[in-house]
Write a protein that binds this ligand. Structure first.
Ligand SMILES: NC(=O)C1=CN([C@@H]2O[C@H](COP(=O)(O)OP(=O)(O)OC[C@H]3O[C@@H](n4cnc5c(N)ncnc54)[C@H](OP(=O)(O)O)[C@@H]3O)[C@@H](O)[C@H]2O)C=CC1
Ligand SMILES: O=C1OC[C@@H](O)[C@H](O)[C@H]1O
Length: 372
């Protein structure tokens, strides 16, 4: 773990070691090499580790031809590279625990793709190891770092634009032709953690958690959970979670499926004085939300002359995908000596996995990693 510079005129610099030259790593490196006037940090892709050097070379040539990282034919060489400060784990879910633990053992910081691990038991093990080693670790739930999410939460919790919150609906559906994929595809193989819930249902859950409670992690309110799953060939094709906050009666109906494509307006947040619709390419890539205010209907607090319905659109045109928001936040945390993120703290990662565990316990999807 190298030292990271941060002074008045200089942005903090973070040197990344990428492991796994697959789809998500390609998106991540493309975003990190983008030139951005608003950048909060300088990101250097110092190393790429892949199952073969050839694959690593082809990955860099295709996705980041302007850079010249060390390219390794193993992950171990990335962990051992003294020019790497932080490991980005971009491998399938079932490897997150091992790869994060290996990186921690080498005293590297870690940004690990979602879901952090297969279940909460694995997550506790990884988080304890990071704490013991004194390294930063975070689940790469990039959605939480988007300015759109910060603005949306400001509107609903600070400005209370839709009054008292009542319900959130969110659906993430991908029409996957699973039959056409090889059995060892991460989207199909139970051993690799496949299924809609951990891959995309985690975003629907995140939208629910972010919009029904303004607190996170240990400070968040207790929530009751109901889960239903449709299992095919050992993996959940469709999952539905219902969250209920016993203190205020708020509910979230949060769904995922690999059978159908969800629409571009994938989330609806309802309150006593209106509703908000969130849209974009997918729940992982929101680009706008619209606040529909229905005036005083259902509210006991507004005066009777304030009954006009209004509509306000908030648009966010971020370059690239938007992974740099989480990457900048990580760089700032590490430069400040923090070992966890306030936006995605360890306790929130654990809470999310405990909810997903409970949905699977009720719904039936199991993984070899689950303890009885
Ligand atoms: N934040 C986001 O928007 C997204 C996050 N993800 C997350 O990223 C992770 C990886 O997903 P994705 O990039 O789509 O997966 P891919 O299958 O495209 O890539 C995963 C890479 O992991 C490495 N790997 C190591 N062991 C195995 C193995 N046994 N089988 C397959 N791959 C292996 C391979 O890299 P190599 O051969 O180079 O070592 C492979 O290319 C998942 O956990 C997923 O949830 C995925 C997509 C979007
Ligand atoms: O995180 C993700 O978001 C986009 C999906 O296409 C992908 O399967 C998933 O891992």
């Amino acid at each position: 773990m190298g030292s990271i510079s941060h002074d008045e005129d200089k942005l903090p610099t973070l040197r990344w070691g990428i492991i796994g030259a697959g789809l998500i790593s390609s998106w991540f490196v493309k975003d990190l090499v983008l030139s951005r006037p608003e950048a909060q940090a300088k990101h250097i892709i110092a190393a790429v580790g892949s199952s073969s050097r050839e694959k690593g070379r082809a990955f860099v040539a295709e996705h980041a031809p302007s850079i010249d990282p060390a390219i390794y034919g193993s992950y171990e060489e990335v962990y051992a590279d003294p020019n790497v400060d932080i490991i980005y784990v971009g491998t399938p879910h079932s490897f997150h625990k091992k790869h994060a633990l290996d990186a921690i053992k080498a005293h590297k910081h870690v940004l690990c793709e979602k879901p952090f691990t297969i279940n909460a038991h694995e997550a506790s093990e990884v988080l304890s190891a990071a704490k013991q080693e004194g390294v930063f670790i975070m689940e790469a739930m990039w959605l939480r770092f988007r300015p759109l999410v910060a603005e949306l939460r400001k509107q609903i919790f600070d400005k209370k634009v839709i009054g008292d919150l009542r319900r959130t609906f969110c659906d993430f559906g991908l029409a996957m032709d699973l039959g056409s994929l090889p059995p060892d595809s991460r989207l199909k193989s139970q051993a690799l953690g496949a299924g809609s819930l951990l891959d995309i249902g985690i975003y629907s859950l995140t939208w629910g958690l972010l919009t029904l409670d303004n607190k996170t992690g240990d400070e968040a309110e207790h929530v009751d959970i109901a889960g239903m799953q449709t299992i095919r060939d050992g993996i959940d094709i469709t999952s539905t979670m219902v969250l209920k906050y016993p203190n205020n009666g708020r509910q979230g109906v949060l769904t995922s499926t690999l059978d159908l494509q969800s629409g571009s307006t994938f989330c609806r947040i309802e309150g006593s004085e209106g509703y908000i619709e969130v849209s974009g390419i997918a729940p992982s890539l929101p680009s706008a939300f619209t606040v529909h205010r229905t005036g005083t209907k259902g509210s006991e607090t507004k005066s009777s002359d304030d009954k006009q319905s209004t509509e306000e659109v908030f648009k966010f045109e971020d370059p690239g995908f938007g992974f740099y928001f989480e990457a900048d936040a990580v760089a700032l945390d590490i430069a400040a000596g923090r070992l966890e993120s306030e936006v995605m703290p360890h306790a929130e990662t654990l809470r999310v996995l405990k909810i997903l565990d409970e949905v699977r316990r009720q719904g039936g999807a199991r993984f070899p990693q689950d303890v009885a």
